[in-house]
Design a protein around this ligand. Structure first.
Ligand code: HEM
Length: 419
């Protein structure tokens, strides 16, 4: 644990996607540190680790560049699986290794996504099925929890991170995962402050809690801004491997980072459309968070959220606290607007080419739109699903719309609070 913190402390948000990289570069997996028993065995925690870490990215690049084929890739992976002992039962020897082995199996499986699920090799599907039978609590598909939480926790303790892309693209892909992982505590902290304001209003100084939430959220927004440095080509290169497929599970997406949705629930009541969105998303959030999201959804729907408490007069704010609350909402909107801009750069086909969504245009759309699809007649844009399978444009603009609407109502109740 101590070492994990040390590694994390070394990576600053400014280092993400920088040409110099960051100091905590992974060591070459074939040459793990010598020293303590813990250092000596990071690869042995998954018998597939050496293959996925050392060879998979180059193998996938060879297929993409026409130097190899999916059939050859499958033949090689079947040999790897046999050598690892997949013919003899589940590959993970004990529950502590099971998430990492699951991650390796799913990295191998998602490598076939550009060719479609018909290309999935049967022995790989069989190894995954055996593993899922033995460890039923693990996600059977590449989830946010496996791709970000498990993958980055492994990086923190061993310096090894799984990526699909080879070489320099792999470094950018690594930072894409790490950035999500490093950013989440900042928004989680903001949620913690707001939740204590909702749950124990008499024990908390509202202005101090809201100002602290604001600082956390501003930090979170700055992580997001770093993603403006990720070239579109790099994102497009690994995005194929995150996508869902027809009839399959939703793909891993930032949409399933729980703390952002927890913050929204502690801040304002869920709309009908957002409730549907949470229904669809809940199974894809990390397992630990599902009951917490459900709990806060229930609570927030019943009026236990900061905005509703202020509107009802249950939570009295002095001027300093009122300014901080508006600042929290504005900074949350800023995060989502930066995210929209980054997404529009990375996936331009999901947006109408000539117009950029602005706060004004989003508020003027008059309500939330169908996040499951829903091109409106005359929209003139493609209905592009994201890795989550939701409409990219509608999910992202709906999220901004809810915040702007709440801010508008709040500002009316609070009246002028700034000089
Ligand atoms: C290149 C960077 C990124 C791109 C292209 C991107 C793309 C997307 C897309 C397309 C969606 C819509 C749902 C879907 O996946 O289908 C989405 C949702 C979301 N993403 Fe990202 N994302 C990026 C980085 C991030 C980061 C760094 C975070 C958090 C630190 C994040 C948090 C979210 C959240 C919370 C949602 C749900 C909508 C909301 O509640 O605001 N994303 N993202």
């Amino acid at each position: 644990m101590r070492r994990a913190r040390t590694m994390e402390a070394k990576v600053k948000k400014e280092d993400l996607f920088s040409p110099q990289g960051h100091p905590a570069r992974p060591e070459h997996p074939e040459h793990p540190r010598r020293g303590t028993a813990r250092d000596a065995g990071p690869l042995s925690r998954s018998p597939l680790g050496p293959y996925v870490l050392n060879r998979l990215p180059a193998d996938l690049a060879a297929v993409t560049q026409g130097r190899s084929t999916y059939a050859r890739l499958a033949a090689e992976q079947c040999r790897v699986l046999s050598a690892a002992g997949a013919d003899d039962g589940p590959l993970a020897a004990d529950p502590s290794c099971a998430p990492l082995v699951q991650l390796d199996l799913l990295f191998m499986l998602n490598g076939y996504l550009p060719a479609g699920p018909a290309a999935f090799p049967r022995p790989l599907l069989a190894a995954l099925a055996a593993q899922c039978d033995r460890y039923p609590s693990l996600d059977p598909h590449m989830s946010y929890e496996l791709l970000i939480d498990v993958n980055c926790a492994e990086w923190e303790t061993t310096g090894h991170i799984r990526v699909f892309s080879d070489g320099e693209l792999g470094r950018l892909e690594r930072d894409f995962y790490l950035g999500h992982h490093l950013a989440e505590p900042a928004v989680r902290g903001a949620f913690d402050r707001l939740s204590s304001l909702v749950l124990e209003p008499d024990a908390v100084d509202p202005a101090a809690a809201l100002e602290e939430a604001l600082r956390g959220l501003d930090d979170f927004r700055r992580y997001m801004a770093q993603y403006g440095r990720l070239p579109r080509e790099a994102f497009q290169a690994f995005r194929h491997y995150h996508m869902g497929h027809p009839g399959g599970a939703r793909g891993a997406s930032g949409a399933f980072m729980p703390s952002v949705q927890l913050l929204e629930l502690a801040l304002l009541a869920p709309t009908a459309s957002y409730e549907l969105y949470l229904d669809q998303s809940l199974p894809y959030f990390p397992a630990w968070s599902r009951s917490l999201v459900s709990e806060w959804r229930e609570r927030s729907r019943g009026g236990d959220n900061v905005v509703q408490a202020v509107l009802d007069g249950r939570l009295k704010l002095d001027r300093r606290a009122a300014v901080a609350l508006l600042g929290v909402i504005d900074t949350f909107v800023n995060f989502r607007m930066v995210h929209l801009g980054v997404t529009r750069k990375a996936i331009p086909e999901a947006f109408e080419p000539s117009t950029r969504p602005t706060r004004q245009s989003i508020l003027a759309q008059g309500g939330e739109r169908d996040f499951l699809g829903g091109v409106r007649p005359g929209d003139g844009r493609g209905d592009e699903p994201g890795t989550s399978g939701f409409s990219v444009h509608n999910v992202l603009t709906n999220a901004v719309h809810r915040l702007l609407t709440a801010r508008h109502r709040l500002a009316e109740t609070l009246g002028p609070v700034t000089d």
